[in-house]
Structures are given as structure tokens and as C-alpha cells.
Design a protein around this ligand. Structure first.
Ligand SMILES: Cc1cc2nc3c(=O)[nH]c(=O)nc-3n(C[C@H](O)[C@H](O)[C@H](O)COP(=O)(O)OP(=O)(O)OC[C@H]3O[C@@H](n4cnc5c(N)ncnc54)[C@H](O)[C@@H]3O)c2cc1C
Length: 486
């Protein structure tokens, strides 16, 4: 097994896309479950902190160690089986999402969870319950995980299959490969009804597998996963619509969402993504076809067949007209090359924001909040006016179909950064007040632990911590992620 201790060689493991920075002594590159077990058993005996690393595209510092050792999962990169008859794929944890999607596409299969950044490892997308544009129609990663192999911080191995092990009367009994049984108390904690990636997943009579999905590398190391896949749709209509008034763009999202939920005559957006004026300006150099007079844009995707293509296209264009979408500059993509261009447009905004933060050496100040649909519009304008009044530059975009906002502040000085941090806190407080979440997809990591407390209170967070104590008695795994050590 490769092991690196030279600081120059391990530097890339001491940061992620949030620009949170850390330290560690050694990075291991195990090639098998047995090697992981032996590393983690020794670390557990010696109480050495262990951080699991995916590909470092996380936006919360969760994979960044504060000390101890890092286990890189990059050598566990085999696609084990693609099964077209039963619609599943079995992969090792370090398979890159884009590679897996390509392989599935060759077989006409679709794995819907599609974070905008696809250069990430499958294991990490499960650990963060990642979601993306298609989550509006298809739900997050959680909905596609059929089984997992997990190494616990004690070195015990468990295999969990969806539908096989549920909590009963707030107790979950996990059985290890060596037939050791571990009882976990599942507390009563009310979770938001929105898309959510804050804290452990808790539910009455919950499936054991769900506890590990979204646990951000704090409860166990995922080594293998069986994932549900779907037959690829015949075709998709992909469009970017520009609006002169922001209210019209927001209204278009809201109407598209309502109609999609009704799903009459197959009208069903699979993605509903929004970009504000500043986001469009931020992208103008790379995409000069952006409409200069627009105050916002919405990208939508709709799955189509040759039978319903005309009727659905007409319905969408009627809706665009009703909502005052600019009819003289709609990007309509029917060919693969144009669809890719729109995807690049969506990816570029997230990428450029992270690049700005990194270049100016600030920590990311981008919200990941979601609120219930019925309060979304007011919430959006509240967030925008708060930041506008401050004078801090910002760009706003996000998965608005899921009422989920990425409002990114772009500070130019330390003072602006500190001011931005207090606005960020105000936005999270408002989201919690509206029964939403402080993180809908990126997770809590090391930079949002205060906001997890804001959301669930000390009592709620302590209850989650009790779960961790049972599975990780020496608190070695993902130390500092989700909770502060004490
Ligand atoms: C430009 C950009 C756009 C993005 N867009 C989205 C988006 O649309 N939706 C979204 O959800 N996210 C998005 N992200 C965030 C990020 O891509 C996801 O969180 C992704 O899941 C992280 O994968 P990674 O391999 O880079 O993991 P890392 O950052 O390396 O790790 C993330 C977490 O997973 C844990 N982990 C990694 N592997 C394992 C394992 N095998 N077992 C247990 N725990 C493990 C780590 O300890 C850490 O807590 C975006 C990021 C960028 C930079």
C-alpha cells in the first residue's frame, strides 16, 4: 500500500473546494477493504484521528483533516457490475461519478443524482447525500442506494441492504460481519421537510442504510455500493429562458414546479435552475450569448419522446410567454452538443465562484439553504435585499425547483468577509425560522457546525453525537466534522 508523508505530496489533501485548510501526518492509499481495516484498527487503538478523502470537491471542509491520518479512497476505483436486467450498478467507492455516468450512458442507463461538479467519488456523493439539477424530479443520492459495505471506526465491517434492517422503538441493531451486534439509539428529532443534508438522517422506523448516507465520513468508511439505475429517457428538451424582471423568473419557476407536480400530459421538469443578474454578468466573458438586458435566467429540462415532443414543447413555450420570458433569445438545445454547452454554463457559475474565493484566499461564503416551496419567493427576495444593502458583491443561482439557494458573497476585504459571515448567519436563521435547512446538499462539514446547532439546538445535536459515540467510541473518524470534538 502506498503511504505518503512528504508535505509537498500530501498538500492537496489538506484543502477542499471551500478553501478550508488543514494538517495531517500521513496519507494512506489502501487498495482493499482489509488494508482499510488494518489502518483503522491501529488508529482506533492509538486514538489517532482519521479522515476519509474523496476527490476534494466538497464545499465544507469535511474531507480536510485537522490532524492525524488521511485515508484516500482513490485506489478503490473498480466498476464491479452493471446489470441491465435488474437495473443496478455495483461500484467501489473511489469510482469517479463522471466515469460511472459515461459507462452507464453507453448501456442506455441513467443514474439521476448529478452534482454540478462530477469529478467527485461515488463514495463521497453517498457520504454527502449529494444532489443536483435532476434532484427536482428524481430526488437525491439517498433514493438510489440499494446496499453499502462499510468499515466502522472500530474496524468492524457491516453490509447493509435497503429494506432489510429497520429501527424499532427507537433502536437500531446493526450486525457486523463477525456477528457482533451493535445497538444504536435513534432519537426523536424533527427533520425539515425540504431537501436536506444537515446532520444525521433520523426517522421513525428508519432503514439502517439511511443513517450512513449523508453522515459525511463520521460514522464509517464506505467501500462498496450497489446503486439503482434507470433506463435512459428517449430524449430531453433543454432550454435557458431569460427574463427582464426577476419577479417573472421566480414566477416561472414557481408555475413550472406546480405544473410538474401535477404531471398532467407528462409535463414534468426534471431540472429547474436559476441564475440572477449578477451570476449572468459573472459568466458574460465566457458565454457572450447571454442576454444583456436580462435580470435573471432559468434553465429547465424536460424528458420527451417523439410522440409528445411537439405538445410538450408548445406547453413550455406557452408558459414562457405567460411569464413574460424573453422570446427573442431562448436557448433551445435538442442536440447533444448544445445540451453540453448549457451544462457547461451551469457548471461554470459554481466553478468560477469557487475559483474567485480560492484566488482571493477567502473561505467560501455561499449559502446552501432550502425552505418550503410556499415561502420560497419571499425568502429569496429577503436574502437578495439583505446582501444588496450590505454593498458586498454577490452572485446567486441554484436549484430553485427545490427552493434551494446558493447565494455566494464575493468579499474584497477581511472586513467584507466578516460582514458577509454575519449576513450568512442571518440567512441561515431565517431559513430555520421558516422550517427549512441550513444545508440542502453540501453538508455541514467543519465550516457549518454552528449552523447545525442553530437548526437542531444543543439537545438535538447532542442526541446525534450519542449515535456517533456508539459507533466511534474514541471519536477518531472525521473529527471536527458536523460536531466540534467536545
Ligand atoms: C463547482 C462545484 C459544484 C458542486 N455542485 C454540487 C451540487 O450540485 N450538488 C452537490 O450535492 N454537491 C455539489 N458540490 C459539492 C461536491 O462536489 C460534493 O459534495 C461531492 O459529493 C464531494 O465529492 P468528493 O469526492 O470531492 O468528496 P470529498 O470532498 O473528498 O469528501 C466529501 C465528504 O465525503 C466523505 N467521504 C469521502 N469518501 C468517503 C467514503 N468512502 N466513506 C465515507 N465518507 C467518505 C469525506 O470524509 C467528506 O466528509 C459541488 C462542488 C463544486 C466544487
Amino acid at each position: 500500500m502506498i503511504k505518503k508523508t512528504n508535505q509537498d505530496e500530501i498538500e492537496s489533501f489538506l484543502v477542499d473546494a471551500s478553501n478550508y485548510k488543514g494538517n495531517c501526518d500521513v496519507v494512506y492509499f489502501p487498495e482493499s477493504e482489509d488494508e482499510i481495516i488494518s489502518i483503522i484498527k491501529e488508529a482506533n487503538t492509538n486514538k489517532i484521528p482519521v479522515t476519509v478523502a474523496g476527490n476534494g470537491t466538497g464545499l465544507t471542509g469535511a474531507r480536510v483533516p485537522d490532524s492525524g491520518i488521511v485515508i484516500s479512497t482513490e485506489k478503490l476505483n473498480q466498476i464491479i457490475e452493471i446489470n441491465r436486467e435488474e437495473n443496478f450498478i455495483i461500484v467501489e467507492t473511489g469510482v469517479i461519478l463522471s466515469t460511472m455516468l459515461e459507462k452507464l450512458k453507453e448501456q442506455n442507463l441513467l443514474y439521476p443524482p448529478d452534482p454540478t461538479e462530477q469529478n467527485c467519488f461515488i463514495g463521497a456523493t453517498i457520504a454527502t447525500n449529494a444532489s443536483g439539477a435532476k434532484t427536482f424530479k428524481y430526488g437525491p443520492t439517498r433514493d438510489y442506494v440499494l446496499s453499502l459495505t462499510i468499515i466502522l471506526p472500530t474496524g468492524d465491517e457491516i453490509e447493509l441492504e435497503r429494506g432489510k434492517c429497520f429501527s424499532v422503538n427507537n433502536k437500531l441493531t446493526l450486525l457486523t460481519k463477525e456477528k457482533k451486534s451493535i445497538d444504536v439509539v435513534i432519537p426523536n428529532i424533527e427533520m425539515p421537510k425540504t431537501k436536506n443534508a444537515s446532520g444525521y438522517f433520523i426517522k421513525e422506523n428508519m432503514d439502517a442504510i439511511d443513517l450512513f448516507i449523508g453522515s459525511e465520513g463520521t460514522l464509517g468508511i464506505i467501500t462498496k455500493a450497489k446503486l439503482k439505475v434507470l433506463p435512459s429517457p428517449i430524449n430531453t428538451l433543454s432550454c435557458v429562458v431569460f427574463f427582464e424582471k426577476e419577479e417573472d423568473g421566480i414566477n416561472f419557476v414557481s408555475k413550472s414546479r406546480e405544473l410538474s407536480r401535477l404531471n398532467e400530459n407528462n409535463f414534468s421538469a426534471r431540472a429547474l435552475e436559476f441564475f440572477d443578474r449578477k451570476a449572468l454578468q459573472f459568466l458574460k466573458d465566457d458565454f457572450n450569448e447571454i442576454d444583456n438586458s436580462a435580470s435573471c435566467a432559468v434553465w429547465f429540462e424536460q424528458e420527451i419522446t417523439s410522440d409528445n415532443e411537439d405538445a410538450l414543447t408548445e406547453e413550455w413555450f406557452n408558459l414562457i410567454e405567460q411569464c413574460n420570458g424573453k422570446s427573442d433569445n431562448i436557448w433551445v438545445a435538442m442536440q447533444e452538443v448544445d445540451k453540453m454547452r448549457i451544462k457547461e454554463f451551469r457548471h461554470a457559475i459554481s466553478y468560477k465562484v469557487n475559483e474567485y474565493i480560492s484566488r482571493n484566499n477567502f473561505r467560501k461564503l455561499g449559502t446552501d439553504v432550502a425552505v418550503p416551496d410556499d415561502v420560497f419567493s419571499d425568502f429569496y427576495f429577503y436574502c437578495q435585499s439583505l446582501v444588496a444593502e450590505s454593498g458586498i458583491d454577490s452572485v446567486c443561482y441554484g436549484h430553485f425547483g427545490n427552493s434551494h439557494i446558493h447565494l455566494n458573497m464575493l468579499p474584497k476585504s477581511d472586513d467584507e468577509f466578516l460582514h458577509g459571515k454575519s449576513l450568512y448567519k442571518n440567512i441561515c436563521e431565517k431559513a430555520v425560522e421558516l422550517k427549512g435547512t441550513v444545508s440542502a446538499e453540501h453538508g455541514i462539514g467543519k465550516i457549518k457546525t454552528d449552523y447545525l446547532l442553530m437548526m437542531f439546538g444543543v439537545e438535538g445535536v447532542n442526541k446525534m453525537r450519542e449515535i456517533k459515540k456508539i459507533l466511534d467510541p474514541n471519536y477518531i473518524l472525521g473529527r471536527g466534522t458536523m460536531f466540534t470534538p467536545d
